[in-house]
Design a protein. Sequence first.
Length: 490
Amino acid sequence: VSTQSTGVAEERQRRDGYVKNIDKCRDECERLAEELETEYKEPDERLTILKKEKFLRDQVKQLLKERQIRLREVISLRTTEGELCARLGRIPEYIQSDTVLTKDQLKEAKTRISMLTSEKNKREIKLAIAAKDILELWTALVIKARTEREEFIESGNLDSFQLSNENMTWLEQVKQSLTIQLDENKNLQKTLVLKLESLWSRMELPTEDRTAFLEQHQGFSDAVIVKIKEEVQKMEELKLQNLEKFIRLTREEIERYWEKMFVAEEDKRLFTAFYSENIGENLLAEHEIKLDTLSNDYTRDEALYKDIMTRNKLWAAWEEFECRESDPNRFDNRGGKLLLEEKQRKKILRDLPKIEESIQRQIVVWEKENERLFTVHGHKFTDLINNQKEELALKKEQMKENKLRAKEEAMQKDLTYGSTPAKTPKRRIAGTQILTPANKRTKVATPTRTPTRTPRGKFVHSSLMARSPMKGTPNKDKNFPRSTDHHESS
């Protein structure tokens, strides 16, 4: 009996142990399912306690495996976010590596990492472009890196460059500053070279020396600018030793600008110093100020002035075509001149209106910016066009009248002095005999006619004196007899 009781007690103890394990596994399943936001399966009630306990233990193992997978994902997200934030110079969001994220937290973390990745890619592209531009600007300005950040750019080690907001702002500022500096140096270099060339021209410096200096001092670095400034200063000192020559040459340059800018005579006379003979530094200074003003104005509006020059050339060509329209010699079509002329006319008809419209648009902008009228030789551009068209019409009308007058004078001369019939060459028809005029074959005695003096003292041939129409009728048969063979055959 005691052995049997002991066996029953042990069986109960094992059964109670299984029941406790079942409860423990069930609690663990509930906790894990809640943490993982999932569900677990309850064992079938028909199963034995042993099988129930095993079933729940398997459920716990499966949920723990899922938890480990989730934790590894969390660790990966945390690592990725940490690397991205370090590259972007940001503080990462706190993610516990031993806690499973909920679905919402996991989605939020993935979205955040996606945004960080996108931002990193954009900034890396901006960094590459900015670094390339900065290197080119440094090369143009002959500048080397001075700070740690600049050394990253110069060495090309862009992977170690932090893409923080501060650094990205610094990149843009450096690029903008260098761009402004290069533009200023370019403008200053251009101004100095133009001034230097002007001084060289007035000093009549040999072309070889000018070319050699410019070849040795190319680029837009501060060092090159300094050298050009020194050369300008040197030429300025020599200039003061040749005032009269410099004033004369400066006036010639001013006249060239006046011509290129279509300045009217009355506007030229407003610059009274141009006509002064009081040679001195003040007079030269006035001329140089005027020359600088004209040079700057022309440089600023060079496109407009060149368009007007092009338009004037087109108009001159068109005027020439119009005046040659009545010239009979133009029909001498050797070398295809007529075809070439027609192509040129069509080109002018196409280009002239376009460039005139473009000029008028530019003038509107110019007048708005300068708050005054733009004139060409003292006239509004539209008035100039209309005047030229009217002058061309008058010129063509005058040519027509001159041609008619010349024709009338020729007719009057023929009526007064007689005319010689035009000899039109006759074509020879194949198979016909060339007829020779009678006066070429036999000499016929003709009465000699002597000139008769008119009361005014002019000689007039006696053939033009009035006489009977019948007597004055020429005998055609006598001058050009018919061929006998030809007559008989007819």
